[in-house]
Design a protein around this ligand. Structure first.
Ligand SMILES: *Cc1c(COP(=O)(O)O)cnc(C)c1O
Length: 425
């Protein structure tokens, strides 16, 4: 067998990796690209592989989809700026003693939703896990068959229940459950009910011949009521919005009203309608919150100061009743007239036509809700070209037309989007 000449021999992984150093990635990542390219017998592709790896890294994008809480785009947008620094995360600056990391943000959120106490974990899935572990490990949890839901990302109530060590008691039927069904399980001498669990049907609706007990009815049972409200609406009256609650919020359950109706605890996400960073909040009765906080899992689920600082800022905005300081609420309540003013600038720049579009709250909340909005339309599917920009623009396509929904585009990015649209010509 003839030995291959030097011209045929593949380059060494290291040489190839060094030849693409200008891509600007750390050497081990270039080595990965080089190794893959050589394994594919296509050394020339190493540069493109490295560029693709760089492209996948976390970066700011412009959300032009109109879905305000877009799970693929990090749900609620947030401004966080800080220098290298320590914080008083677990130091009480008033007396120099050890403090609690949960206290500040937790106390502010508790105040904003009328709870005695609140603690914070990494997300709402973790909050549900911790509540069930803290209150019902080795005991029974009663849930309606209409609420044994999958929220998305693999979060299934029956599976979380199993992990928590709680035993699931299903009551009622898919479409109809009465308080008597719950009472039967709670009062049965053979059961040991640690929690009655109510789960908000965030991302789906059961319509037609349906029945479900109210929070007040469930709260009258002889076991702590925990409501997983998911979305994180703090107060249905929305005192942080000058115009009061928008019509599309209609039936969304809110933390303050759920607690006032008698729930012992509510659990909700930090990055849905609350409009903060990814987090899970457990709020309500102080004794129940403490039982969750004292469970060993609480340590494994606790957030760090980046998240707690961002939650503190968001909670302060609620307490100041300053909805404009919370990006989700600012975007969600922009009027069509305000959006039209911005759209005029796009039309004047000749980069597209003004179009009526509809935004959605997103984040698995408020299914079916549409908010009138204004967009810019361009014939054809331009999603790839827009996404491939150095400041990626994520757009929506309908009927072979690309739409930029201005509601979810920060006004400071309008110039970037105009530039991106111009580049399509
Ligand atoms: C979204 C949601 C969750 C999961 O919240 P994460 O913060 O994404 O973990 C749990 N329960 C309900 C009812 C939800 O809507």
């Amino acid at each position: 067998m003839p030995t291959p000449g030097p011209a045929d021999r593949p380059p060494s992984v290291d040489t190839l990796a060094r030849s693409i150093a200008d891509v600007g990635l750390p050497h081990p990542m270039l080595v990965d690209a080089a190794r893959t390219a050589i394994a594919n017998r296509d050394p020339e592709s190493a540069r493109a592989l490295a560029i693709a790896a760089r492209r996948r890294m976390l970066r700011p994008v412009i959300n032009a989809t109109g879905t305000i809480l877009h799970t693929n785009l990090g749900r609620a947008p947030l401004a966080v700026h800080q220098d290298e620094r320590y914080t008083n995360l677990e130091l009480d600056l008033t007396n120099g003693e050890r403090g609690s990391r949960m206290a500040t943000a937790g106390d502010l959120i508790a105040k904003a939703c009328g709870a005695e106490k609140a603690i914070i974990v990494n997300n709402c899935a973790a909050a549900v896990l911790l509540v069930l572990s803290g209150l019902a490990d080795g005991r029974d949890v009663v849930v309606s068959r209409s609420e044994l839901v999958e929220i998305g990302g693999g979060f299934r109530i029956p599976d979380v229940m199993a992990r928590s060590g709680a035993n699931l008691i299903e009551v009622g039927t898919t479409n109809r459950t009465r308080v008597a069904d719950f009472a039967g399980a709670v009062e049965d001498p053979a059961t040991d009910v640690g929690v009655v669990l109510h789960v908000h049907q965030s991302n789906y609706k059961i319509v037609g011949f349906t029945e479900a007990p109210t929070i007040a009815e469930l709260a009258g049972l002889d076991a702590p009521l925990v409501a997983d409200i998911g979305s994180g609406l703090l107060d249905s009256r929305c005192p942080w919005l000058k115009g009061g609650p928008p019509g599309w919020l209609a039936e969304e359950p809110a933390a303050r009203q759920t607690l006032a109706a008698g729930a012992g605890l509510v659990a909700f996400s930090g990055d849905k309608l609350f409009g903060g960073p990814q987090a899970g909040i457990i709020a309500g009765d102080a004794e129940l919150v403490d039982r969750c906080a004292n469970h060993p899992l609480a340590r494994a689920l606790r957030p760090g100061d980046l998240v707690l600082g961002a939650l503190q800022d968001t909670a302060l905005a609620y307490l100041r009743e300053d909805g404009d300081a919370i990006p989700f609420w600012r975007m969600a309540t922009l009027t069509v007239a305000e959006l039209r003013v911005r759209a005029n600038a796009f039309e004047a720049a000749g980069v597209g036509d003004i179009a009526d579009v509809t935004s959605t709250p997103g984040g698995g909340t408020l299914p079916g809700v549409e908010i009138d909005s204004i967009g810019i339309a361009r014939v054809g599917d331009h999603r790839d070209a827009l996404r491939n920009r150095s400041r990626p623009v994520i757009a929506r396509v309908d009927d072979d037309t690309t739409y930029i929904d201005l509601r979810t585009v920060h006004p400071d990015d309008d110039g970037n989007v105009i530039e991106a649209l111009r580049s399509l010509d």
